[in-house]
Write a protein that binds this ligand. Structure first.
Ligand SMILES: Cc1ncc(COP(=O)(O)O)c(C=O)c1O
Length: 356
């Protein structure tokens, strides 16, 4: 029998087996239409149904209120780093970015092309471990157009779930925690996520935006980055990323079949706790995130002895556990466990971590 492979890549990430089986079938012929899903027109009724169903499911999963629009936009999260200031800065002179690590900083650095960026300290520099400041301690300038936050920093595995009560609209990059964190949508003005981690494949972003934040946009904003146009045209501004939208719809369906958001959050907790327990038990390994901010999604760790990491990665590969190499900026090991990662994969990896 061939060995089962478990993929821990940070994105594009593991898709559930049932989703891949459905895709395989629909690539040959989509719903008795005589054509492949790859050939489906973005103007067809079938595609309209895909978008409508995806929106209905996402709205139900996150209890998204009626005064928020759900948009499907081509391009990944980095394109949203441009779209956010282009759509939201308006008459304001600046925007605030909570600095919690690589991705939040990258978002702020790109926004500098369009506005003055004020970084807000998000990490507690008084302790050894990497730890987030509580939202009450964030020094946000209330005349900012918005505050941008990254609730899950994918590279070093740092997470916070609530932003509490902030006076300016809060924009959240959910790229690595969409459908994996039990957040309250009402705390946010805009939420966006590239879909290649827990909502399908690369090439698409989902944006959830409160009505009052739709326009007016910066004059030079390309049409394809305009939230108001996407809202007005049901996300069909040009030839939409049909296949990526279809896979997002399948992922949403699958999440609902599994029991919904609470089950996804619970499973992420279960998988990550297995790994953190194994890391904490092994004196050769270290995770430098304080316990309350340890990501339930991306578990990163390292060792002072490089050989330990090399041997662990080799042993993992022999067991069919792949994609575990840490990010190129961080080194070590990173296990990214999105919704498509079975508990079995985390159990196998935990055993190897204990033995490392
Ligand atoms: C939190 C976060 N934001 C943004 C990005 C960038 O996403 P993209 O490659 O879709 O531009 C990533 C990629 O891993 C991410 O993890």
């Amino acid at each position: 029998m061939t060995q089962i492979t478990h993929y821990f890549g940070a994105g594009p990430a593991a898709l559930p087996h049932q989703v891949k089986q459905k895709i395989e079938k629909d690539i040959l012929e989509y719903q008795n239409s005589g054509i492949s899903i790859l050939e489906l027109s973005h103007r067809s009724e079938s595609f309209s149904n895909i978008l409508d169903q995806a929106k209905t499911m996402l709205r139900a999963l996150y209890s998204i209120p009626d005064n928020y629009q759900i948009l499907f936009m081509a391009g990944g999260a980095t394109l949203q780093f441009d779209a956010v200031p282009l759509n939201l800065v308006g008459q304001s002179q600046h925007a605030s970015y909570l600095d919690t690590g690589f991705w939040s900083r990258k978002a702020g650095d790109l926004a500098r092309k369009y506005t003055k960026v004020k970084y807000v300290q998000g990490l507690d520099d008084t302790i050894d471990k990497v730890c987030c400041l509580e939202s009450g301690e964030w020094q946000v300038d209330n005349s900012s157009a918005y505050l941008h936050v990254t609730p899950n920093e994918t590279i070093n595995g740092l997470e916070f779930v609530s932003v509490g009560d902030i006076e300016v609209p809060v924009v959240a990059d959910l790229t690595s925690c969409m459908l994996m964190q039990d957040i309250d949508i009402n705390e946010f003005g805009v939420l966006y996520a590239a879909t290649q981690k827990s909502l399908g494949i690369a090439g698409l972003s989902v944006v959830i935006i409160r009505d009052d934040l739709l326009g007016p946009v910066n004059d030079h904003t390309p049409d394809l980055l305009r939230y108001d146009l996407h809202a007005e045209h049901n996300s069909i501004v040009n030839t939409t990323a049909v296949f990526a939208c279809y896979v997002a719809q399948l992922m949403l369906e699958w999440v609902i079949q599994q029991g919904g958001l609470k089950v996804m959050v619970q499973q992420a907790k279960q998988r990550s706790e297995l790994l953190y327990a194994a890391i904490d038990d092994n004196p050769k390994l270290v995770n430098n995130i304080c316990k309350k901010n340890r990501s339930t999604i991306n578990v990163a760790f390292n060792s002072a002895d490089k050989k330990v990491i090399d041997q662990l990665l080799k042993a993992a590969e022999q067991e069919g556990l792949i994609g575990l190499q840490g990010h190129r900026y961080a080194g070590g090991v990173r296990a990214s466990m999105y919704n498509g990662t079975p508990l079995e994969a985390a159990k196998k990896l935990a055993t190897l971590i204990k033995a490392a």
